[in-house]
Design a protein around this ligand. Structure first.
Ligand SMILES: Nc1ncnc2c1ncn2[C@@H]1O[C@H](COP(=O)(O)OP(=O)(O)OP(=O)(O)O)[C@@H](O)[C@H]1O
Length: 540
């Protein structure tokens, strides 16, 4: 019942009429959208006569009985420290215009995409794959028209970051493993899915390292069949991005074919006009760190790299600014809960307001945006969307909750609805308002969630941190399992000073032999980075 009421209150609501007042009050755009998204749910709750009990359920002081402390604190913060206009953040930055100049290598890729080439883009962590992909999506939308470009990723988190959908949901193949024929039959039974497959003229797939060879082959087969074309991928322009040295596909049952990675698919080479490896690392600037990370990526560390790793272990410290990275989500939840309890303050619960197509709303829970966010003063948090890159308010920025501020109406009257005030480690202290997180299908928004764009950040999982840039990260190498995990964790930081390790075990640094082979042949057979020539796509 709790999720039916996506508001937060520090004081319990006394009557239904008071709640209605909050909905009617004039507020800024983000708040108004949040309220209107909530309204539907509130009406539902009211009609189910759960209204008052649910309200009380929302009003939770989970770990403390000091009920008025945060309220008073928030009010004093409000009166003394908030300069409303200057501290209020601008609306989320939705354009993909970067603050830097594209390199020649990046520009070459854009020109090939513009000319209709299907491209596989790879490169180590921090080479700018994600920012490049965002710009490519803009190009594709210009060239093909918005409604014909479908943006997907292997994971919900990566899909949300690109405002796309998971590859599975685009394809409508469900999550069960099955052979190509069975999957094709499944798609054919779904007329919306068939329409989507026919309509798409460009398909983007991010985080390809987590897509299996079998799935890649099945999707290519489905594309040709449904689109009635013998051309590879039924003639769609395909843009695939990822680093096979990062997290691999989850394969529950070893296949007889023995294939694991997408690059082992029979149709892999035929799928692309161009396969390119980005060479310039931007996230880190220290050559020693870049060399060490390259060594870890390929499982080929030398004595100098190992020494640097050991030094990072001796710098191990319990700094409040450090984000702990864990391989398992249970450890993450345990640490965040314990740290929250240790603060002992009153908590404020933000329940997300979801809307859209019922079967698409499920994907909202696969993303990074929490269904419920519990905060208190002193909580370490991380921003999960770009709000203002110029002010360092970008995805992955960490900070501390310093208070809660009541929302004001147009007459400057304070309400009981509170938004958190956060002091960012490398940025300003700002009020964080709810934001809209959308799931697209082509150019149509099929589901959306309003939520405060924060997660707790004393600890996060290595799977969640893939794609992030962090200032300080600590990880226990002895707990890592599987290929790519150590590399993903360590490559998040910008500098050696930000790297804190424990449980250093050289044997955990390993690269998959198949991936090593792929990249060895890849670099030797690939086109030079500066001289691209468009190859003819092999037709089946
Ligand atoms: N041409 C460029 N000049 C300067 N900085 C750049 C350039 N291209 C990308 N960057 C910066 O590099 C950083 C890393 O980029 P990004 O997160 O896209 O890398 P990535 O390859 O996707 O990493 P990961 O594999 O870890 O997800 C970002 O801060 C981005 O702004």
């Amino acid at each position: 019942m709790l999720s039916l009421l996506p508001f937060c209150f520090l004081e319990p609501l006394r009557s239904e009429s008071k709640l209605l007042l909050y909905q009617k009050q004039t507020c800024d755009n983000a708040q108004r959208l949040y309220f209107s998204a909530c309204k539907e749910k509130l009406e539902c709750a009211r009609s189910m006569k759960f209204f008052s009990s649910a309200i009380i359920a929302v009003y939770r002081r989970s770990f403390s009985t000091q009920s008025s402390r945060t309220t008073k604190y928030a009010q004093s913060v409000y009166q003394n420290r908030i300069k409303k206009e200057t501290n209020r953040i601008p609306k989320a930055n939705k354009t993909h215009q970067p603050l830097f100049e594209w390199t020649q290598e990046q520009k070459n890729i854009f020109s090939h995409v513009h000319r209709g080439a299907s491209v596989f883009i790879t490169g180590s962590a921090g080479t700018g794959k994600t920012v490049l992909l965002k710009h490519i999506i803009d190009i594709l939308k210009d060239v093909h028209g918005k409604s014909k470009v479908f943006v997907t990723a292997s994971t919900g988190i990566a899909a949300c970051a690109l405002q796309g959908q998971t590859l599975h949901s685009f394809a409508s193949i469900g999550i069960q493993n099955a052979d190509s024929g069975t999957l094709l039959d499944k798609v054919k039974m779904n007329k919306h899915a068939c329409k989507r497959w026919k309509k798409a003229t460009a398909l983007v797939i991010d985080e390809i390292s987590m897509i299996s060879a079998d799935l890649f082959e099945s999707l290519e087969y489905i594309a040709r069949d449904i689109r009635g074309s013998e051309v590879v991928w039924g003639g769609m322009q395909l843009i695939v991005c990822g680093d096979f040295f990062q997290l691999p596909p989850v394969i529950k049952q070893q296949k007889l074919s023995g294939k694991e990675f997408a690059f082992e698919a029979d149709c892999w080479n035929a799928s692309f006009d161009l396969q390119v490896e980005l060479s310039q690392v931007f996230r880190q600037s220290d050559p020693r760190l870049i060399k060490m990370l390259q060594g870890i990526r390929k499982g080929e560390t030398d004595a100098e790299d190992l020494q640097l790793l050991e030094e990072s272990c001796s710098m191990n410290k319990q700094d409040s600014l450090v984000v702990w990275l864990y391989p398992r989500i249970n450890d993450v939840e345990k640490v965040n809960e314990e740290r929250m309890k240790s603060l002992g303050g009153s908590t404020v619960t933000y329940a997300a307001a979801d809307s859209g197509l019922e079967h698409r709303k499920k994907q909202l829970n696969q993303g990074i945006v929490p269904d419920q966010l519990v905060l208190c003063v002193g909580a370490r948090v991380m921003l999960i969307m770009n709000l203002n890159i110029e002010r360092n308010l970008c995805n992955g920025a960490t900070g501390t909750v310093t208070g809660f501020v009541p929302v004001e109406d147009k007459n400057a009257r304070k309400s009981d609805i509170l938004f958190p005030l956060v002091k960012f480690d490398r940025g300003p202290e700002i009020l964080i308002e709810p934001q809209k997180f959308e799931i697209f299908e082509g150019d149509i928004v099929v589901a959306w969630r309003y939520q405060i764009p924060l997660i707790l950040a004393w600890a996060i999982s290595i799977h969640k941190c893939q794609g992030m840039t962090l200032d300080h990260a600590q990880t226990d190498l002895s707990r890592a399992f599987g290929y790519g995990m150590v590399y993903v964790a360590l490559s998040r930081v910008r500098s050696l000073e930000g790297l804190h390790l424990s449980g250093f075990t050289p044997s955990k640094i390993k690269a998959h032999p198949k991936v090593l082979l792929f990249y060895k042949s890849f670099t030797s057979s690939n086109l030079s980075h500066t001289e691209f020539s468009l190859l003819h796509r092999v037709r089946k």
